[in-house]
Ligand binder design. Structure first.
Ligand SMILES: Cc1ncc(COP(=O)(O)O)c(C=O)c1O
Length: 366
């Protein structure tokens, strides 16, 4: 039997086994057609049906009201950094943005190409260790953009702000981790490769009445209104990625949906945060009230590990973790230390093993 491995990667990240097994089988023969899914036309009945089912599963799981369209597009979340303002923001209008991390900053940079951007709050000066919630929205701003979960820094909006108009959110790293009130949002976008499936597809949930108002010529492929009547089939969509997402959504539904998932995520993250809070060697880096249930960065206490010993001890920690099958725990370079990404598909046993390793390592050092 192969060794049990727990993959704490920030993305692409762990997927439910059920979904990866179904994906492997579908490559050989999709839905008993004798043709593999990679070789099948997106216009064929089985694929059209699968994409439509994926859309309706997502609508059901996130309670997406009527008036909202669901799209599966290529280009990742990064393409949405520009597609959102191209479609929503008129040249002479402005939008409010909250600067909560590198991804938020990238969204800001792209939006500036298409209209005026008001950065109404930022936690950049403290390496994005908290969500800056004290802000004033700009009168007349078209929308308020947030990044619901900041993958690198492990901060998460626990309650969404109420926008004067509507929210636009990058939910790449926490979509489907908890119930959300979609009606607060005009647009939600997310790269799939954390909680939804493999890379290659981004999900867009858009309220259709906000479209068609930007007053600019939009290249066909970048116009949401191109893709809506075509049900994401204007061109060849990333069929295989959508299929894996379909399987992930079935898995989530069978587990009890996003409310059940939220409880599991609270339990998993609680276990790890409790261990970090009671540790004399490790500490979490994010402000307690904004701690993410998805990404948990942590470092050594600098009072215990002097700077000149830090790199070597971090290496020891990671080597020991790998020996125990605890993979991909190295922190992002901007935060340092370690990061455990515990997305929906990370089993609680993985977190328990990590906590046990943290305790053992600490006993060896202190
Ligand atoms: C919050 C967030 N937004 C956007 C991105 C970029 O996503 P993509 O690679 O799909 O463009 C990431 C990737 O990690 C992310 O974590």
């Amino acid at each position: 039997m192969s060794k049990v491995v727990y993959n704490f990667s920030a993305g692409p990240s762990v997927l439910p086994k059920q979904a990866t097994e179904a994906a492997a089988a579908a490559i050989a023969d999709y839905a008993n057609t004798g043709i593999g899914i990679l070789e099948m036309s997106h216009r064929s009945k089985p694929i059209e049906g699968m994409v439509a089912e994926t859309e309706s599963l997502l609508r059901e799981l996130l309670s997406i009201p009527s008036g909202y369209e669901i799209l599966f597009l290529g280009g990742g979340a990064s393409l949405q950094f520009c597609m959102a303002p191209i479609n929503l923001l008129a040249q002479d209008a402005s939008a409010d943005y909250t600067d909560t991390g590198v991804w938020a900053a990238k969204a800001i940079k792209e939006a500036k190409r298409f209209g005026k951007v008001n950065v109404i709050s930022s936690s950049k000066n403290s390496v994005y260790d908290h969500i800056p919630k004290d802000f004033k929205q700009t009168d007349g701003a078209t929308y308020l953009h947030i990044t619901s979960n900041n993958t690198i820094y492990g901060t998460q909006w626990k309650e969404f702000p109420t926008a004067n108009t509507y929210l636009v959110s990058d939910m790449s790293s926490d979509i489907l981790s908890r119930p959300i009130d979609v009606s607060k949002f005009g647009l939600i976008y997310a790269g799939a490769q954390k909680n939804m499936g493999p890379a290659g597809v981004a999900t867009v949930i858009v309220r259709s009445d906000i479209l068609g108002k930007a007053g600019r010529e939009i290249p066909t492929m970048l116009d949401y209104q191109t893709h809506i009547p075509e049900h994401s089939m204007f061109n060849t969509p990333p069929v295989f990625s959508i299929f894996v997402m379909n399987q992930v959504l079935h898995w989530l539904k069978n587990l009890g949906g996003v409310s059940a998932m939220e409880k599991i995520n609270a339990k998993k993250s609680g276990l790890l945060y409790d261990a970090l809070d009671s540790s004399k060697l490790f500490k979490g880096t994010a402000a307690k009230e904004d701690r993410s249930t998805m990404n948990i960065p942590f470092v050594f206490h600098s009072s215990v590990v002097p700077t000149d010993k830090k790199d070597a001890l971090e290496k020891d920690f990671l080597t020991g973790a790998k020996e125990k099958g605890l993979e991909q725990l190295k922190g992002h370079r901007s935060v340092g230390g370690f990061r455990a990404s515990i997305y929906n598909a990370m089993p609680i046993e993985g977190v328990e093993q990590l906590v046990s390793y943290l305790c053992d390592f600490e006993k060896k050092i202190i």
